[in-house]
Design a protein around this ligand. Structure first.
Ligand SMILES: CC(C)(COP(=O)(O)OP(=O)(O)OC[C@H]1O[C@@H](n2cnc3c(N)ncnc32)[C@H](O)[C@@H]1OP(=O)(O)O)[C@@H](O)C(=O)NCCC(=O)NCCS
Length: 147
């Protein structure tokens, strides 16, 4: 497995298949995708992109931490799931955002993926809420202590 930084455009195929199937491809373009601070990561097997994740420099006003990133667009192709690819993307990405002084990373996790995020150190905050046309979600966070 090889993990490296990729472009926003590279993520769109897997986002479409795994996160927005049958929907307008424009929905796979997320706000902030092209921002300088945004980090898109991909995991490759034999040169084939199989898993993607993106970190956005974005504060959630519910939390006091000054430097926060949002994790979005996590997805692994079905035939490659449960083989540690997403975990590797986070293992690669967390030091990058920590170098940018990130104190907290948050995500709106699909409830079906809550277990994955818990495995990687996230905790649930608050109640389940619905994102129209996508489904039930829950806010999850992981803190990076500064001391
Ligand atoms: C959720 C998802 C991104 C996880 O990717 P993955 O590459 O299969 O995850 P990993 O193999 O790195 O899993 C890491 C750990 O989490 C566990 N895990 C993975 N998916 C899980 C799930 N849905 N629920 C509970 N645990 C899960 C794995 O068993 C593994 O545990 P281990 O470290 O004890 O072996 C993937 O299942 C997926 O693409 N799902 C569809 C799209 C989606 O829902 N994305 C999340 C949007 S918020």
């Amino acid at each position: 497995m090889n993990v490296r930084q990729i472009s926003a455009h590279d993520t769109y195929g897997i986002r479409q298949k795994m996160l927005r199937p049958g929907r307008d491809p424009k929905e796979c373009v997320f706000h902030g995708d092209e921002d300088d601070q945004t980090i898109h990561l991909g995991a490759f097997i034999d040169g084939k992109l199989v898993s993607v994740a993106s970190f956005y420099f974005s504060n959630n006003p519910r939390f006091p931490e000054n430097v926060q990133y949002q994790l979005r667009g996590m997805a692994t192709l079905p035939e490659h799931q449960n083989q540690g690819f997403s975990k590797e993307l986070l293992k690669f990405g967390f030091p990058m955002i920590k170098r940018n002084f990130c104190e907290l990373v948050w995500c709106n996790a699909r409830t079906s993926a809550e277990g994955f995020y818990q495995q990687t150190g996230f905790e649930c905050i608050g109640d389940i809420f619905n994102i129209p046309d996508v489904g039930p979600h829950r806010l999850m966070i992981k803190k990076f202590p500064t001391t």
